[in-house]
Design a protein around this ligand. Structure first.
Ligand code: NAD
Length: 502
């Protein structure tokens, strides 16, 4: 499908401490992966650009005009940003689709969710109480919350506007200045967010968008002494490296990392419900989702019949252009990423896996120039095989039979990742029992890939540490301070007599 939609793409400048400037770092080429055309070429942020942004952020964050705002006053900026996103949903969606190849249906939903995130954290800010702690001595004691100061948000390419909002909204609400570094494959929608933040009237310097190389600008943000917290979403190896750097400067860091989430279908499941949830869980977003349900365990008594229906349904999924409203599975984010997905499948097949669906690029000549890959199901694999252990981050599902609860709990937990799991059964007590026994950040019972900004999200083990979203999501970007106020008006007895002598 030819892209006939004219959008005004961001003009190649970066948002450096509230000012639009050309970057001086390495070149970034944004492509439309549905046909390989170039969206734009921009120069990313260098260390010098980052240092300028940090200096401006520091001054803006310390300015009483920002620092002394009451929570309800600060919240107004978040509501204005939410309004700005909502007014521009179509434009944001089209830019993000150009940058990532995601369907317009999905990018519209992501933009709407980003607006909701800003509004939610404005409301959380306005309604969060500080505490008088229980008095145990003569002083009135309080617990109050302060901004950290400067926060860096480092995000991946798979759902940029939503992951940007998930970090920027609570960090700004908390009274910080925020420096956002989007991934090099998807810089455009984050720059569009900068336009909206600028239009909200947020004081200059409090927000920067610095696309660029991870090892250059990303590293600077992690190592710089003025940055007080890094909130990172991305791959596990990058997150591990970043956590080591953060430990060195004793900086808190939150890590939202990869996954290889199990989905379990019991023989008593509502099979239509399970099939639709499993298809959505692995093949929506073309499998490029940290919480993709990538390992499917089906109880042996229904394994053959259930997998046969799953394969038939997978082959019927509409693979197509991201602008086609009928498309269910669009292209991957980049041709290089397709090479990686293909490599995983080829290696699995060489090791004995059987391809039940997909396993190749589509034959449709209309899709030949895009980074498409068919939804793929692999059987005859073992839970210990590489294809069952590592994150493919593409439309690739592995299926395995199981016999009983203990076995499926053990197999689900036998993985380095622990981000999410899905359980399909009509036996609610059993589902709950299993959900509690699996080490994971999120459990979905008879549903999958549902999200709510009011519900905490995060992973265990190699899937990360700390949580985002929810009311506590605001406090993650603040520091707690104790305040003692004397109520006696009496000199301290330890020195009272001494003081009286002088
Ligand atoms: P990535 O780790 O390659 O990059 C993530 C971000 O880190 C990018 O902005 C990148 O430029 C930056 N970066 C790279 N090296 C850096 C360094 N040395 N210092 C500082 N920053 C650096 O990940 P990706 O390929 O962009 O994204 C895919 C990964 O993200 C997948 O593993 C996926 O599971 C994960 N992810 C996790 C979640 C979650 O919430 N758990 C959500 C979405 C994606």
């Amino acid at each position: 499908m030819k892209d006939e939609i004219k959008i005004d793409l961001p003009d190649g400048k970066l948002f450096v401490g509230g000012q639009w400037e050309e970057g001086t770092g390495a070149e970034i080429t944004s492509i439309f992966p549905a046909d390989g055309s170039v969206n734009c070429v921009l120069k990313g942020a260098s260390r010098a650009d980052g240092e300028r942004a940090i200096a401006r952020a520091k001054a803006a964050q310390a300015d009483p005009a920002w620092r002394n705002l009451k929570p309800h006053e600060r919240a107004r900026y978040l509501y204005r940003i939410a309004d700005g996103i909502e007014e521009n949903i179509e434009r944001i969606a089209r830019i993000q689709t150009r940058d990532t190849g995601k369907t317009l249906t999905e990018t519209r939903a992501l933009a709407a969710s980003a607006a909701g995130t800003f509004r939610y954290f404005g409301a959380v800010l306005e309604t969060s109480d500080e505490a008088l702690t229980t008095q145990r001595g003569t002083a009135l004691t309080m617990s109050v919350w302060e901004p950290i100061g400067l926060v860096a948000a480092i995000t991946p390419w798979n759902s940029p506007i939503a992951s940007d909002a998930q970090k920027v909204a609570p960090a700004l609400a908390a009274g910080n200045a925020v420096l956002l570094k989007p991934a090099s494959w998807s810089p455009l929608v984050s720059l569009e967010l900068a336009r909206i933040v600028e239009a909200s009237g947020l004081p200059e310097g409090l927000f920067s968008v610095l696309p660029g190389a991870g090892r250059e600008i990303g590293n600077l943000l992690v190592e710089h002494p003025d940055i007080g917290r890094v909130s990172f979403t991305g791959g596990t190896s990058t997150g591990r490296r970043l956590a080591a750097q953060a430990a060195d400067k004793l900086m808190p860091v939150s890590l939202e990392l990869g996954g290889k989430s199990p989905t379990i279908v019991f023989e008593d499941a509502d099979q239509d419900l399970a099939l639709s949830g499993i298809l959505f869980g692995i093949f929506s977003s073309t499998g490029q989702s940290c919480i993709a349900g990538a390992r499917l365990f089906v109880q042996r008594s229904i394994y053959d019949s259930f997998v046969a229906r799953l394969v038939a349904a997978t082959k019927r999924l509409k693979v197509g252009h991201p602008h086609d409203p009928a498309t269910q599975v669009s292209c991957l984010v980049h041709p290089d990423h397709r090479v990686s997905v293909e490599g995983y499948v080829e290696e699995a097949v060489a090791a004995g896996a059987r391809v039940l669906a997909g396993g190749k690029r589509p034959d449709d000549p209309e899709l030949a120039s895009g980074a498409y890959y068919l939804p793929t199901i692999l059987a005859d694999v073992s839970n210990t095989d590489k294809i069952c252990r590592e994150e493919v981050f593409g439309p690739v599902l592995v299926v395995m039979p199981f016999d009983d609860e203990d076995e499926v709990i053990a197999k689900s937990n036998d993985n380095d990742y622990a981000l999410a799991c899905g359980i399909w059964s009509r036996d609610f007590p059993r589902s709950l029992r299993i959900g509690r026994a699996i080490t994971t950040g999120t459990v979905w019972i008879n549903t999958y890939k549902q999200f709510s900004v009011s519900t905490p999200f995060g992973g265990e083990k190699d899937s990360g540490m700390a949580r985002e979203k929810g009311r506590d999501g605001l406090r993650a970007y603040m520091v707690q301070k104790a305040v003692y106020v004397d109520l006696t008006g009496e000199p301290h007895p330890w020195a009272a007599a001494t003081v009286a002598e002088v």
